[in-house]
Ligand binder design. Structure first.
Ligand code: GDP
Length: 140
């Protein structure tokens, strides 16, 4: 399988509870390398842009307000099949449906406050990584 990069966000519910280190430990234990990382506070406009694909959804305003409500930790994760492997480590969107051992089963508070984001394709990963990092920031 090819070496890929994916964008991870540790979301505001998790940064608020001081879970960055615990989540990073799980990411590294799963064999994914954190090759870039920064903690940022998204503006409402930046959150709207990041989740623009969900603009028509009923939960969009709530999602944007939540994503701008506190710091996020943006990361580039690298490894074999990193996009799918991180999605598997995260678990499904709804933590109530997440298998035990996944990040969302362990840490999420609910459907919206579900602690982590991971890109859903290699193409989207490239777009999302470029929202947060330049090539010089990514050190494998
Ligand atoms: P993901 O790829 O698993 O993060 O899921 P999606 O791309 O479908 O949704 C993006 C984010 O929107 C999710 O991670 C949740 O934070 C939030 N979200 C998704 N569905 C709902 C919903 O039905 N209600 C609310 N309030 N938030 C949702």
């Amino acid at each position: 399988m090819a070496i890929e990069q994916t964008l991870s966000l540790i979301k505001p519910d998790a940064t608020r509870r001081g879970l960055t280190g615990a989540i990073n430990a799980r990411i590294e234990a799963a064999g994914l390398a954190i090759v870039a990382q920064r903690r940022v506070r998204l503006t409402v406009a930046q959150a709207e842009g990041f989740y623009a694909v969900h603009r028509e959804r009923g939960f969009f305003a709530d999602l944007v307000a939540y994503m701008a409500s506190g710091p996020v930790v943006a990361q580039v994760l690298e490894g074999e099949g990193a996009v799918a492997r991180y999605r598997e480590l995260m678990g499904p969107t709804d933590p109530a449906k997440a298998p035990s051992g996944t990040l969302r089963a362990e840490f999420a508070l609910g459907l919206q406050e579900n602690s982590v984001h991971g890109s859903d394709s290699v193409a989207n990963a490239a777009t999302e990584i470029a929202c947060f990092f330049s090539r010089l920031d990514i050190v494998g």
